[in-house]
Write a protein that binds this ligand. Structure first.
Ligand code: ASP
Length: 354
């Protein structure tokens, strides 16, 4: 199901940093194909031709490539579980993990993995590129090489970073705080609500106080259940009763991420509040996140969010939508008990909210 390739580097079995690269697909791995005159996914066996710099790195690199490479628009929760399982199976064998992934849904995948990998004590660094590795001006090389260096970084015999992150365009971000905000420039990702974990200039400068602490005496627990009976409902001025009703009445629906305005505000029309209340009464969980990139939901601050607070909409605080929807999938994968699901949603699991 996967192909494994050992990359020849300077380490040759002598170094203690062993990195597993998992190649899922995305723009990074595209090369120009003369026959078809288009971009096609490249075979990692061709890496010495495209990235000879890898030969100069002094850690061991093994690449596991998905047989069917995915544009990240085709990533599904089952792929997240697969990734978590691979990391679980290879956890003792490798010091760290780099996941090459398309940028489009990378923030969802990084968020999901941060919940699925409980007690993670090793780096899991997602990266990708805006331009294929086979293009002269590509950002793939810098992103990939620096992600490998961050994955290999150790201090006092411990990894410098022991959480799920996204490295892109010189910055290391907490994965479940990041979102793709740019589709043309190289700076594809930002994390408005959490500081950058590292910045790569001439040196890689780590922002230690904001990096999750290494946990003593714990072992990795890989969770394998995600529930897809959730939806994102984004408000907009003029949203109709018909639209809200049809979303809330989806068969089997368990959870809604409600993208509200500003600090968590929503219309106070009677029909709207009635639909929300009826859904809550029928056992649907509603999680309030803001359409703003920065800041947080503070239910009750404005009259337009007071009612949501009173009837039991759960505040998503400063979560991104990506982190919220994957957290809902995770929470319903953990339990069918509504109180337990709400308890999970209200507290941070992997530093995704504050
Ligand atoms: N569509 C591509 C993907 O997400 C874009 C990228 O990799 O940047 O797989």
């Amino acid at each position: 199901m996967y192909k494994t390739i050992k990359i020849k580097t300077k380490a040759d079995g002598k170094d203690d940093a062993k990195i597993l690269v998992i190649y899922t697909g995305g723009t990074l791995g595209m090369v120009y194909d003369h026959r078809s005159d288009g971009l096609v996914p490249f075979d990692f066996a061709q890496i010495p031709d495209n990235l000879p710099e890898m030969g100069r790195l002094d850690f061991e690199i093994t690449v596991l490539t998905f047989e069917k490479l995915l544009d990240s628009s085709n990533i599904t929760p089952s792929v997240w579980i697969k990734l978590a399982e691979i990391i679980g199976q290879k956890y003792d064998e490798f010091d760290s993990f780099v996941i090459l992934h398309g940028t489009d849904t990378m923030a969802y995948s990084a968020s999901a993995l941060s919940y699925l990998l409980e007690n993670l004590n090793k780096p899991v660094i997602f990266t990708g590129a805006q331009l294929p590795i086979g293009v002269a001006r590509t950002d793939a090389k810098e992103n990939f090489i620096t992600a490998l260096e961050i994955a290999a970084a150790k201090q006092n015999n411990r990894p410098v970073v022991s959480e799920v992150c996204i490295y892109f365009n010189s910055v290391l971000l907490r994965g479940n705080r990041a979102r793709k905000h740019e589709s043309v420039q190289f700076n594809a990702f930002e994390a408005e609500n959490y500081p950058v974990l590292a910045e790569a200039g001439v040196k890689i400068e780590y922002n230690h106080p904001f990096i999750r602490h290494y946990k003593q005496n714990v072992s990795l627990k890989v969770h394998k259940h995600l529930d897809e009976n959730v939806v994102i409902l984004k408000l907009f001025p003029g949203i109709s009763e018909k639209v809200v009703k049809s979303v809330l009445q989806i068969e089997g629906l368990k959870g809604v991420v409600l993208e509200t305005y500003g600090a968590g505000n929503a219309p106070t029309d009677e029909w709207f509040l009635k639909l929300i209340k009826e859904s809550l009464d029928s056992g649907i969980v509603i999680y309030n996140v803001s359409q703003c990139n920065g800041g947080r939901v503070t239910q009750g601050r404005y009259q337009t969010s007071q009612y949501l607070q009173e009837i039991g909409v759960v505040s998503g605080a400063d979560l991104t939508t990506e982190a919220a929807i994957t957290k809902m999938m995770f929470a319903f994968g953990q339990s069918n008990d509504l109180e337990e699901v709400k308890r999970i949603l209200k507290q941070p699991i992997a530093g995704e909210m504050s």
